[in-house]
Structure formats: structure tokens, C-alpha cells
Design a protein around this ligand. Structure first.
Ligand code: 5GP
Ligand code: MN
Length: 333
């Protein structure tokens, strides 16, 4: 069996040799994880493959315009006897969640059934699989598009909307520096194929209701600006959500919003997951390598967008981040 980096035609061969396929993306899914999974599933169904999609978490409300069938959030409910696993938009089995990580060990690694990874993140941590990774691709959806083209497959309006969602999400509507020529070329074709750009932009970027503003007011009131390292940091605790009757989805995009200010090169938003457990989201303007920076905390991502989890108290996390950034600033001087 093949292992390591593969060409599209090798990926195609592996897919053609299988009948029952499981597609898995990362927990806390975003538009790229969901859009890539659903587009791939819809395409493989057209090839008469029996396909299921797993994510540890439900599809977030703001993505519910991408209707899904064969979508599972519980391993107990999953069909059995898959002969191929396709991982999308992640490069570390840990990012599938503990249950799925166990499931992959038992059902694929131990049995030597094939695994394909289709991804665009840096610092790949998966070796035991057939890899199709391109860190220059703006979204994983772009790689799914390339795979469909390898099959000379047709892109219907549903697949087009799923794939366009991946590009709009990961480029922040062509504002991020990953908005390359391919992003525009493929988007052009996806719009021609019926991709519903207006719905996508409306759903993904609509401001939401006024409760969200109340939440954001609380979050921005925690703002700390560190001029030397050009970093803006803010956080939310679970009480913020409870008091404003909002949920974690209502704080999406906070880190991104911070780098719109001219003196901020790095925006950091830290969200409480449970007492003493925090999720940091980092967004940058090319000043720091945020993939490398998040790695220092056991996380990962891209040069300008990354994240990690942290156990401990908030103050020590913030102090640690600031110290590391000052260190980095000094080394680069
Ligand atoms: P977000 O802040 O939107 O959750 O994530 C930004 C980017 O960093 C995404 O590409 C995501 O896959 C990556 N990322 C976020 N959290 C983690 C993490 O805990 N571990 C790793 N390896 N990557 C992460
Ligand atoms: Mn992505």
C-alpha cells in the first residue's frame, strides 16, 4: 500500500478501489471543514460510493444552509465496515476528537485499511497515510475541487456552494493573504456552476442579533494592547455567554476583527471552554509565523491563522503568550 505524499491520480486510484468511505474533519468545524466534507461526500455518492461524514460536533447554525445527509456526530451511530477513511482539513489525528482517534486506531491503523489525508495546514503530523497536502491552497475545498477535476467529475450547484463556502471562510471573503490566483479562478468556476455566493456571504458574515453585540461589548472590554509586540488580546469566560444568552458561535471572528486596526499585527482571542481550560485563536498580518507560534503551545494552523488549547489559569496563559512574543521579537531583531 502507498504511504506518504501522493499525486491526485494516486488518490483517485485509492478512491476507485473502495466502496464504503468515511469522511472525517476537525472538531469545532468551520466552513472549510464542513464544506469540504459535504462536497466530497456528494461527489463520491455520484460515483456510487457509500459515503458517511463524521464530525465530533454538530454543523454550526450559521452553516445550516449546507444541508447534510449521512452526517454523524456519534461513533455509536456510524455505519460499520468502511474500507477507506478520508481525513479533510486537519493534519493531526488528535483534531478528530478522542473517540474518533481511538476508532481510527482500531479500524484503520491496526487493520492497515487505507487512509487519505487531504489538507492545507502546515506542520503535518500524520505519517501513516496517503497524503495530498498543499499548504499554498487557500482552503481544503480547493483540493477537493482539484480531486473532482481529476475524476473529470461534474460540479452541481450544491457542490459548488459547499466548495465556495470553504474559500469564502478561509480567505475571509478574499481579504486574507491566502487569496491567491487559484482561489479566484476556482471561485469563478464555482459561481458559474451555481455556487450561491450571496447566501454564503450573508450567512457567514451576517452580524446576528443584538445579543451578540452585548457579548462582544463584554469581550472587547477585556482588551489588552501590547504595543511593543503589536498584539491585541481579549477573552471571554463562560459567564459572558450565560449573562448575554449567547453561545460560542457568537464570538466567531473576534481575533480577526482585532487585526483590522492599523497598529495591530496579531489578534488573539481566548475563550473559556471549561474552568481552567482555554482555547486561543490567533490571527495575523504576516508579521509573525502563527503556525510555529501555536506549535509552542501544542497547537497549529497556518502562518496567519492558528490556534491551541491551554490548561491552567488565564493570567498565566496571557503572560506566557506575551513573554514568548517578546522573545520572538528580540530574536528576529
Ligand atoms: P480557529 O482559531 O478558527 O479555531 O483556528 C484557526 C486555524 O488554526 C485553523 O486552521 C485550525 O485548524 C487551526 N487550529 C486551531 N486550533 C488548533 C489546535 O488546537 N491544534 C491545531 N493543530 N490546530 C489548530
Ligand atoms: Mn481550512
Amino acid at each position: 500500500m502507498l504511504r506518504g505524499n501522493c499525486s491526485l491520480s494516486q488518490i483517485r486510484n485509492i478512491v476507485e478501489d473502495s466502496k464504503k468511505i468515511l469522511i472525517v474533519s476537525h472538531y469545532n468545524p468551520d466552513g472549510d471543514a464542513i464544506g469540504s466534507s459535504l462536497a466530497l461526500c456528494a461527489f463520491l455518492n455520484k460515483l456510487s460510493k457509500d459515503c458517511s461524514v463524521y464530525n465530533r460536533d454538530e454543523i454550526p447554525n450559521y452553516l445550516n444552509f449546507l444541508s447534510a445527509t449521512g452526517f454523524y456526530t456519534s461513533i455509536d451511530l456510524l455505519p460499520t465496515d468502511f474500507d477507506l477513511l478520508i481525513i479533510v482539513d486537519l493534519n493531526d489525528f488528535e483534531r478528530t476528537g478522542p473517540d474518533m482517534q481511538n476508532y481510527i486506531d482500531l479500524n484503520f491503523i491496526n487493520t492497515e485499511k487505507p487512509i487519505i489525508v487531504i489538507d492545507h495546514h502546515e506542520n503535518n503530523k500524520i505519517n501513516d497515510a496517503n497524503l495530498y497536502i498543499d499548504t499554498k491552497a487557500c482552503s481544503t475545498g480547493v483540493l477537493i475541487f482539484r480531486l473532482i477535476k481529476e475524476f473529470q467529475g461534474l460540479i452541481d450547484s450544491y457542490i459548488a456552494t459547499c466548495l465556495l463556502t470553504t474559500i469564502i471562510t478561509d480567505t475571509a471573503s478574499f481579504k486574507n493573504s491566502n487569496s491567491n490566483e487559484e482561489a479566484f479562478l476556482i471561485s469563478h468556476e464555482l459561481v458559474k456552476s451555481g455556487g450561491d455566493l450571496q447566501s454564503i456571504n450573508k450567512k457567514i458574515f451576517e452580524t446576528g442579533d443584538i445579543k451578540k453585540l452585548a457579548l462582544r461589548t463584554k469581550i472587547y472590554s477585556t482588551l489588552r494592547f501590547e504595543k511593543k509586540i503589536k498584539s491585541a488580546i481579549c477573552y471571554s469566560t463562560n459567564s459572558f455567554y450565560a449573562e448575554t444568552h449567547t453561545s460560542k458561535e457568537d464570538s466567531e471572528g473576534i481575533a480577526n476583527s482585532l487585526i483590522n486596526y492599523s497598529d495591530v499585527e496579531l489578534g488573539i482571542f481566548i475563550r473559556e471552554i471549561e474552568p481552567q481550560k482555554w482555547k486561543a485563536s490567533l490571527r495575523g498580518n504576516n508579521h509573525y509565523n502563527l503556525s510555529d507560534f501555536a506549535s509552542k503551545f501544542g497547537g497549529g494552523g497556518h502562518r496567519n491563522a492558528s490556534g491551541f488549547m491551554f490548561s491552567g489559569d488565564l493570567e498565566s496563559l496571557i503572560e506566557k503568550i506575551i513573554l514568548e512574543l517578546k522573545d520572538e521579537q528580540n530574536t528576529n531583531r
